[in-house]
Design a protein around this ligand. Sequence first.
Ligand code: BYC
Length: 333
Amino acid sequence: MYTQSMDTQAPEARKAIRTAEEAVLQERFDERIDAGEFIEAKDWMPDDYRKTLIRQISQHAHSEIVGMLPEGNWVTRAPTLKRKAILLAKIQDEAGHGLYLYSAAETLGISRDQMLAALHSGKAKYSSIFNYPTLTWADVGVIGWLVDGAAIMNQVPICRCSYAPYARAMIRICREESFHQRQGYDALLTMMREGTDGQRGMVQDAVNRWWWPSIMMFGPHDADSPNSAQGMRWGIKRVSNDELRQKFVDAAVEQAKVLGVTLPDPDLKWNEERGHHDFGAIDWSEFWNVVGGNGPCNKERLATRVRAWDEGAWVREAALAHARKQEAKKEAA
Ligand code: BYC
């Protein structure tokens, strides 16, 4: 009876009921966000909140997976067995991070195949930083120190993201990232303290090349960040792009001193009044060029991922065939 009476309503009346119901749900959702509550996968959420999370989490997952490539370049050339084992473990961790994050995004109603199709077609973004080449072994250390350092700065606040499955994934990821940063810093310290002049020169050269791209990782200035205000309102973003960048610069200056390297910015200096370091202007044309697909390695990175997907087709087919066989066996038993 209930269903029939619903069916006989005019479309406008049905729409009005839906709108009124949604207004109540929206109000309840806003109250929960304001109270600092977590939202779970099965809870009602506004469409735009869902879409924003899918965008951010899938881009984050893609960054972890593409982020394996610059370091992967050095697995066969790591200087010692110990460094090789550490690097392999780190790269494996990144694959794990990608998988946790794809799983978190899947709880929002998108499939992994859809996310990967968006990456492979160039529609989905991934972090700008992974479009730069790793020219020497020192680059691997600098990626750990600066790139993972920037990643941790950005990701610790995401452990308190309002969407619980994302926040939970981030807790484990952050623990592993801090090991990643330390291993990079340790590799650089070894080169600086026990290495030759040539090796110290390699570290400085790597720092010169990675410094600016690392501080670009935090995204555009707050005033030019279209997603920030809403992201903060929803508790997806807890700390702004510029605040995180400043914290990162302040921490890196001290770490650079211990390491004995110079950061390539003549305007970098302590500002007593602000209680922070001032730093030079970021070249945003370079950032947008890289984000737009025209960085030094964008095409290579994407082509490598697409090739891995195509060449892995037989593995996916075999895994599915195996799962079907297991299922059939269970049914027959
Ligand atoms: N690269 O309004 P905004 C890692 C885009 S993994 C490319 O501020 P939002 C690691 C942004 O997407 C590191 N694109 O956006 C892995 C937006 O475009 P759309 C990845 C960038 O979302 C392996 C537009 O610019 N970390 O470190 O409020 C080994 C305007 O920006 C970038 C995450 O993904 C960039 N750098 O804030 C080692 C963390 N920056 O999407 C290390 C999660 C901005 O509107 N993500 N854009 O077309 C976030 O925290 C935020 O999404 C961002 C951007 C801070 C990145």
